[in-house]
Design a protein around this ligand. Sequence first.
Ligand SMILES: NC(=O)c1ccc[n+]([C@@H]2O[C@H](COP(=O)([O-])OP(=O)(O)OC[C@H]3O[C@@H](n4cnc5c(N)ncnc54)[C@H](O)[C@@H]3O)[C@@H](O)[C@H]2O)c1
Ligand SMILES: O=P(O)(O)OC[C@H](O)CO
Length: 346
Amino acid sequence: MTADRDVPLAQPHALRAAVLGAGSWGTTFAAVMADAGCEVTIWGRDEKVCRTITEEHRNERYVPGVDLPAGITATTDARAAVRGADLVVIAIPSQSARATLETLRDVIEPDAVAVSLMKGVELGTDRRMSQVVAESLGIGPERIAVVSGPNLAKEIAHRQPTATVVASTSEETAQLVAKACASSYFRPYTNPDVVGVELCGAVKNVIALAVGISQGRGLGYNTMATVITRGLVEITRLGLALGADAETFPGLAGMGDLMATCASPDSRNHTLGNHIGRGMTLEEAIAATGGTAEGVKSSRSVLELADSLGVEMPITHAVVRVLHEGLPVDDLAALLLARPHKAEGV
Ligand SMILES: NC(=O)c1ccc[n+]([C@@H]2O[C@H](COP(=O)([O-])OP(=O)(O)OC[C@H]3O[C@@H](n4cnc5c(N)ncnc54)[C@H](O)[C@@H]3O)[C@@H](O)[C@H]2O)c1
Ligand SMILES: O=P(O)(O)OC[C@H](O)CO
């Protein structure tokens, strides 16, 4: 039995955390950890963003209208942020993780834990983010945790209640990270199934693109429910082929995050899909959406991974064809529905 496990609410801890990424999730998760009692330093690339986080306790560019906990500081010096940190939390776009982390390999503390908040699969290698973290920082899986769940940054920045999953092959590491982010509005559950939790986070973005495209095209709730439900089936199929635990998929990181991302107009993946459905080109849709819509690039790496394992992922395939191979949006539904008859199930 390895489904999401309940974690008691933590007492404040004085753990030191470095958060890499001053974007919407990095800044919000920094606030979550500060509220849980951690000492938090954010690394960001933009001098002005870092200065306003430290001096004005605001990040108007990424989390507008939110007062951040006063103790959070930010720096453009990633090495200084990581030095001495108990937790190194990574919240940058998946495709830039390897290059960024390789420069920090020699400064991460020998017993520090790396925490991936990223929801993507690396292009070119088809690696999950915990694998990229292990390779680029040179640390073992027992020092790595993944946080994933129905976690739209905008809602959490306003301290709206939600739950999440902290996955690690080490229960001790999972508990440490869970305690470092547990608060009255943020409820972590632990799960040893790193593969399943990571895949859910990455592939739900692709499914949200498909839902957005359908909605942008004017299709209704039956279509949405079909794409979400069959999307979960294809996420599960890929996960099982990679050795994930079947119980992860109906949990918070699976169905929970799929629902949040496919339903919310605040989701970048959903929004970008919607723009495509309304007729924008990919370049126009990326510009109009802003922020990191991981599914655009990860759709290709996920499909490659699936193909290498002989796993069928028709929705992911359709998204790749529309975004990257010029398939007209109007042909998407036909591509999905005109497939040969099969029985329902994984
Ligand atoms: N925003 C959310 O609601 C949310 C929730 C859960 C998980 N995530 C995941 O967190 C990760 C980060 O997303 P986000 O929402 O914070 O993105 P964002 O676009 O809001 O911010 C991205 C941050 O990364 C930095 N960055 C961009 N390119 C970079 C590069 N080449 N090298 C180093 N840094 C770079 C940017 O300057 C910015 O600080 C993604 O994998 C996303 O899927 C986001
Ligand atoms: O805005 P999105 O589409 O990247 O989704 C954000 C989170 O992953 C939702 O859990």
